[in-house]
Design a protein around this ligand. Structure first.
Ligand code: MG
Length: 387
């Protein structure tokens, strides 16, 4: 059997480390060829010593000397900087690129990997939020398959196996509702980053956990589903499902609903993206259906979670608007984690940034770069004025 060579962008994050777990469990199938991190240099060194990849890359060049020195006794190429990461993914030996960087920073290297014809295991949803149309066109042009790692999209993808010819009537996208699902608006006014970081079901990185609490994560996932599965956003219904057992479903035109269920564990969608169309054995926890008292589904409350409406609005307006949505969200998400912005203020600032940023109907990659910078500037200014 041929061993697949894997590159992991963001190997020290939550998805990155779980990808390494999956690879370590199947050494006869997968090999770590290249890894990169933003600035978690100690963890990156540890991973490099354990998995001995060909190339290790750190985005923040300030950490290059430390990384280089720590790996000096090993035959590993040590690179640094954003350009080096974009180059790393094009190395001829690489079969699959796991795009698990956080935020807008994932766009450039993912584009380069697609242009090099790599199979993309996509965890970085912001890439599709910001530039879904460009990414999908490139993927088609360069025959680069994009396999979803996001649990909901993996569930949809799994439900679509064997259904390629059949029309989707509706995508049923489930959401846990996050830690503030049952909070009143009054209560939500006073929540802190510490409260938001206590997610009821999923273990994830800090940025996405805040996005989950504000439901921006679900708004992004609506956009992600639109691009991955070619379904207009009007046909994507969000359902709040606090048990996180049904990971999402498809409703077909005959009324049949197909779903994928399981215990909430990201290793399963990661492994499936690597092994598709095969399923590999795993020792991941099984969902015990007898132990489940209820599976419940509610409509999301758009008054308390306006981010979901903002995401639909950004898609309806199209152009660079989803890019604005993402840039403003990255600014307020960080500001909230640093105590510089209130929980409910986040949506207000995102909405206002969408009004104030110049609209571009048919954006190119360069337009996205400019839009991202402009929207960040506007949102940052509002955060500072709000203090
Ligand atoms: Mg998800």
């Amino acid at each position: 059997m041929e061993v697949k060579k894997i590159a992991i962008l963001g190997s020290t994050g939550s998805i990155g480390t779980q990808t390494l777990d999956v690879i370590a469990a199947h050494p006869e199938r997968y090999e770590v060829y290249a890894i990169s991190a933003h600035r978690s240099v100690d963890k990156l060194i540890e991973q490099a010593r354990l998995f001995k990849p060909e190339v290790v890359c750190i985005a923040d060049e300030a950490y290059y000397p430390a990384l280089k020195e720590a790996l000096a006794d090993l035959p590993i190429k040590v690179w640094a900087g954003a350009e080096a990461i974009a180059q790393m993914v094009t190395l001829p030996s690489i079969d699959v690129v796991v795009a698990a960087m956080v935020g807008y920073a994932g766009l450039k290297p993912t584009m380069e990997a697609i242009k090099a014809g790599k199979t993309i295991a996509l965890a970085n949803k912001e890439t599709l939020v910001v530039a879904g149309e460009i990414i999908c066109n490139l993927a088609q042009q360069y025959h680069a398959p994009i396999l979803p790692v996001d649990s909901e999209h993996s569930a949809i993808f799994q439900s679509l196996v064997g259904e390629e010819q059949n029309e989707i009537e509706k995508i049923l996208l489930t959401a846990s509702g996050g830690p503030f699902r049952a909070f009143t608006l009054e209560q939500m006014q006073h929540v802190t980053a510490k409260d938001a970081l206590r997610h009821p079901n999923w273990e994830m990185g800090a940025k996405i956990t805040i996005d989950s609490a504000s439901m921006m994560n679900k708004g992004f996932e609506v956009i992600e589903a639109k691009w991955l599965f070619g379904v207009p956003v009007e046909k994507i219904q969000v359902l709040v499902h606090p048990q996180s057992i049904v990971h999402s479903a498809i409703q077909f035109t005959d009324g049949a609903i197909k779903a994928q269920l399981g215990a909430p564990d990201m290793r399963l969608p990661i492994q499936y993206a690597l092994s598709f169309p095969e399923r590999l054995n795993s020792d991941f926890p099984r969902a015990d259906l007898f132990a489940l008292k209820d599976l419940t589904f509610e409509e999301p409350d758009l008054k308390r979670f306006p981010n979901l409406s903002l995401a639909y609005e950004a898609m309806h307006r199209g152009g660079n608007m989803p890019c604005v949505l993402n840039a403003a969200n990255e600014v307020v998400n960080l500001a909230f984690r640093e105590g510089r912005c209130g929980f409910l203020q986040m949506s207000e600032i995102i909405g206002q940034t969408m009004e104030k940023t110049a609209f571009v109907t048919k954006p190119t990659y360069e337009d996205y770069v400019a839009t991202d910078a402009e929207a960040r500037r506007i949102a940052e200014q509002m955060v500072n004025n709000n203090k």
